[in-house]
Design a protein around this ligand. Structure first.
Ligand code: PMV
Length: 332
């Protein structure tokens, strides 16, 4: 059977950095994120007896569809397909075709939207009827952060202590709060260290245990900021958290420096704008591009300033949105 799903990327306000369990992608902390409507992946999965093996091809924004050559990435997708096949009790092979709505050279990690769309499409195509919670468990196995792209809007990933208890759920729907994530792209190239490597090296940082000890406090403050819609508190916590994660990356063995001149230029600009009461707060994932969290009323104004910086190549405006869901229109 053939099924198609669309899933958004998500930006972590509170980061997953370091794995407590490498095989199951269990985090050390609860994490909190927002879905991103401008950056989505659409995936069609077809299980059919005519296929002699599993296959995967991907097309990025404005590019031709091509077979995925990166063996590790391909294997992760096929592992998830196999697991779903086993759970559904079927033996047929799958054809998987995937398309990204955002430029592949934007340097935005596509693994969250990719594994969330894959999970929802493959589970339905295999005939499984799973709850949202069960879908988040499966997506997490592909890529930890992918579980946060299944529910809608503002999402909490509970760290749990086992495969069954580490799931994601929506804290608030997209309409709850008019926030924006302006992704300022400063480096479209492939990052020097993948998030997989970052997770692996994180515990070698001498500050790692300190961070873990401190996180429950930050989680509860962040929940509080969301509940009260206290934007300044939320922004302050998001920035603290970004610096904490990047401090671990910087001090791990080997050290990882994700920031570049563009990252610093944007941070300086945001700090200047803040003096004029134009509020945009920065956070960075495993890369140099800056996600600027702001209120929708300020998005146009902040974009105007950020676009003028010489290091900035483009700005993608994202609003919170619905999580992964099935759609009627297939890719093949
Ligand atoms: O899901 P992964 O293994 O690609 O890790 C994501 C890591 C960060 O994006 C840096 C943080 C996060 O929580 O999304």
């Amino acid at each position: 059977m053939k099924q198609t799903a669309i899933a958004p990327a998500n930006i972590a306000f509170l980061k997953y950095w370091g794995k407590k369990d490498e095989r199951a992608n269990l985090p050390w902390t609860d994490t909190i994120s927002m879905t991103m409507d401008r950056c989505t992946t659409k995936t069609t999965v077809d299980f059919d007896t005519s296929y002699k093996k599993d296959s995967l091809s991907v097309s990025f924004y404005n590019q031709e569809e091509s077979e995925v050559r990166d063996q590790k990435k391909k294997q992760k997708v096929f592992d998830l397909i196999s697991r779903i096949r086993t759970e559904a009790g079927i033996q047929t092979y799958a054809r998987v075709v995937s398309e990204n709505s955002f430029p592949s050279d934007a340097g935005i990690a596509a693994s969250a939207s990719a594994f969330a769309a894959l999970t929802v499409a493959a589970a339905a195509a295999a005939g499984l009827q799973l709850s949202e919670r069960e879908l988040t468990l499966l997506a997490r196995l592909g890529s930890g952060s992918a579980c946060r792209s299944i529910p809608d809007g503002y999402v909490l990933w509970k760290k749990g202590s086992s495969h069954e208890t580490s799931y994601a759920k929506s804290l608030y729907p997209p309409s709850y709060w008019n926030l924006c994530d302006l992704v300022a792209v400063v480096d479209p190239g492939k990052k020097a260290f993948s998030s997989t490597e970052g997770h692996e090296y994180a515990p070698t940082s001498e500050f790692f245990n300190e961070r873990i000890k401190h996180l429950p406090k930050r989680v509860s403050l962040l929940k509080e900021a969301l509940k009260k819609k206290d934007f300044e508190l939320l922004g302050t916590l998001i920035e603290e958290e970004a610096r904490s994660m990047h401090a671990i990356a910087l001090s791990s063995q080997p050290p990882i420096v994700y920031w570049n001149d563009g990252t610093k230029q944007i941070i300086s600009c945001l700090l200047e704008l803040r003096k004029t009461h134009l509020l945009g707060y920065y956070t960075m994932d495993a890369g140099s591009n800056v996600h600027i969290i702001c209120q929708q009323k300020d998005a146009g104004n902040i974009t105007k300033y950020i676009e003028q910086l010489d290091q900035v190549q483009m700005v993608l405006t994202n609003r919170p949105c619905e999580g992964a869901h099935l759609v009627e229109e297939h890719l093949f």
